[in-house]
Unconditional design. Structure first.
Length: 317
């Protein structure tokens, strides 16, 4: 069997970082030494994120590691040119320096290297909305963050620390991760409201178009409610959290209603399309009421005239 052939593993059964570290040893995966081999410093943070830390992994899930660096000068560039059959390197967007793929004993390992300096605009984006946590009148706009940035912030927030506890905690503080759930809640809800306008305009148009747009609206509303309860993942497994223990019955009922709206087939008449879009509108009104149980959101509604993709939108309807 080649080293790059995936095998089933037991990492998905881990409930905490201590069990995870034990399995790393059992599977002979020296992750700290492996990461160190690419660096000229031991001053780095290392987390395991993704489905392992979220508790949604399977027996064939990848191990997604995040390496936190103050500067890319810490990287041994010459080492990256010596690729083996089990190593693949790809570059990604600014701040996300590069990602390395290894196969060790049949386990797929992704190591993503991040540099703080290049991520400074992301920190500045959160700084711009942080004052609104204390006075909602200061929330005059919501910056659009790329999905890759939101995924990074989620993993930084929820990942299990493997190495460099002080480095990780400093990054968590500087990136103001307490703002992340509020950002996702507001952003996803208002995008959903905007999608509603497009869904209405699509009624009677191309088959399935109005339904598709309205489903996007429902997903925005559902993920906004989940963010209200601190769920910030950008993956597609968020449906698994709809009945989480930390979600009160009223919101669970709302989320289950949204789930039914997500799986509507292509409708065969303009009348049925109109009814479906109307049902989605009523769902979003219920989402608005749920979100306004959050004191900050309720107060922000009085002042919020946010800009999303440079378009002015109304507050909660």
């Amino acid at each position: 069997m080649s080293n790059s052939e995936k095998k089933r593993h037991s990492f998905h059964s881990c409930h905490d970082v201590f069990q995870f570290k034990e399995l790393l040893s059992e599977y002979e995966i020296p992750i700290v030494d492996l990461v160190s081999s690419y660096l000229q410093t031991q001053e780095f943070g290392l987390l395991i994120g993704g489905s392992i830390a979220e508790g949604t992994a399977t027996a064939v899930s990848d191990l997604d590691f995040l390496v936190l660096l103050d500067s890319k000068s810490a990287i041994k560039l010459e080492h990256l040119t010596n690729k083996s059959d089990s190593l693949k390197i790809k570059t990604i967007q600014p701040g996300h320096l590069f990602e390395i793929l290894h196969y060790i004993n049949g386990v797929e390992i992704n190591i993503q290297f991040m540099e703080k300096y290049e991520l400074r605009p992301l920190i500045d984006s959160f700084i711009s909305i942080a004052p609104a946590l204390y006075d909602p009148r200061d929330l005059v706009s919501v910056p659009r963050l790329a999905k890759a940035d939101l995924q990074f912030l989620h993993r930084l927030k929820t990942g299990w620390i493997i190495h460099g506890n002080d480095v990780v905690e400093l990054w968590r503080c500087e990136f103001m991760l307490e703002v992340l759930p509020m950002y996702i809640m507001v952003n996803n809800f208002f995008i959903g409201i905007k999608e509603l306008e497009d869904a209405e305009a699509a009624i009677g148009g191309a088959p399935g178009l109005a339904e598709y747009i309205a489903r996007n609206c429902v997903e925005g509303g559902m993920t906004a409610v989940l963010a209200k309860h601190d769920y910030t993942s950008q993956g597609h497994r968020w449906i698994r959290y709809l009945s989480g223990d930390n979600i009160p019955p009223q919101d669970q009922e709302l989320l289950q209603h949204g789930l039914k709206l997500l799986f509507v087939p292509i409708l065969d008449s303009t009348q049925n399309q109109q009814k479906y879009v109307t049902d989605v509108q009523e769902f979003m009104k219920s989402v608005s009421l749920s979100l306004k149980e959050n004191k900050f959101i309720d107060e922000a509604n009085q002042y919020l005239r946010t800009e999303i993709q440079s378009e002015g939108l109304e507050g909660f309807r």
